[in-house]
Write a protein that binds this ligand. Structure first.
Ligand code: SF4
Length: 263
């Protein structure tokens, strides 16, 4: 069980950020012993790390626009391989025409396609959301179920999508949402050495109490998008650069072909 976020532990202050340093200058040297020590302490320091990240990103939340669990579920499915901004541009017209599962279940994928044509893989996604709507009607009277087991039985719905819906729409996530950002950031922070999303979810979920899972998920996602970027981690601007075992040497860690630190 995670330590309370109200109780600071471990090193309490980040290194001062030198905002005068330019991109052409070398990053600060962190000796291997310090990195090893940070890696050993990473999971024990997770509560402090998360609290700082929440302070750095106080408005982190699900950025997919929706007004019902059904709309959120469809938006998450549509967000695969594209941005939330792109999905938010497409969904108002889609949801105005097909506001719930029974309405969408009556449509054909070809009828859906013009509404999502601005998104990548729009033909496959049209087919997926129609199949999803039909399953909701057949299995759940058109309603979105509130359990992980029921959600992941639906076509095109995995643990990531299910945990977003459970956390955001119902306030009862079954674990941390693991997308590409959470996967990368959690490896860099030393919270996991796993690369399989289900194992990463298990490792991170053990660090925090269940009531923190939803906010933690959005905080880590936003940190990955805005600070700990895959190709350009902004370690000098990061609030946890004194705790992170990968600080100033992160670019190879947590990418799609990860090179995990072994020493
Ligand atoms: S790798 Fe850099 S940006 Fe990412 S969490 Fe660590 S210190 Fe922050």
């Amino acid at each position: 069980m995670a330590a309370s976020l109200l109780r600071p532990m471990g090193p309490s202050r980040p290194q001062p950020i030198d905002r005068t340093r330019t991109m052409s200058e070398s990053p600060p040297l962190i000796d291997p012993g310090t990195r090893k020590q940070r890696l050993r302490q990473a999971r024990d320091s997770a509560a402090v790390t998360l609290a700082r990240l929440q302070t750095q990103h106080p408005t982190a939340h699900c950025e997919l626009d929706h007004s019902s669990p059904f709309e959120l579920l469809v938006a998450v499915v549509l967000s695969a391989q594209t941005t939330d901004v792109a999905v938010n541009k497409a969904t108002p017209r889609l949801f105005a025409r097909y506001p719930d599962a029974p309405a969408m279940a009556k449509a054909t994928p070809q009828e859906i396609e013009p509404f999502v044509a601005s998104l990548g893989f729009f033909r496959a996604k049209s087919k997926a959301i129609v199949g999803l709507a039909r399953s909701l009607v057949t299995l759940h009277r058109g309603n979105v179920p509130r359990s992980l087991d029921a959600l992941i039985q639906l076509p095109g719905v995995g643990r990531k999508t299910a945990n977003v819906v459970l956390g955001v729409a119902f306030g009862c996530p079954a674990g941390i949402v693991v997308d590409t950002h959470v996967s990368r950031v959690s490896q860099r922070l030393g919270w996991t050495r796993q690369t399989d999303p289900t194992r990463i979810e298990s490792d991170i979920s053990q660090l925090f109490s269940a009531d923190l899972w939803d906010r933690a998920s959005h905080t880590i996602v936003i940190h990955g998008r805005r600070c700990c970027e895959a190709r350009n981690p902004r370690c000098s601007e990061c609030s946890v650069n004194d705790l992170c075992p990968s600080a100033f040497d992160a670019v190879r860690i947590g990418r799609k072909r990860p090179t995990l630190r072994t020493k």
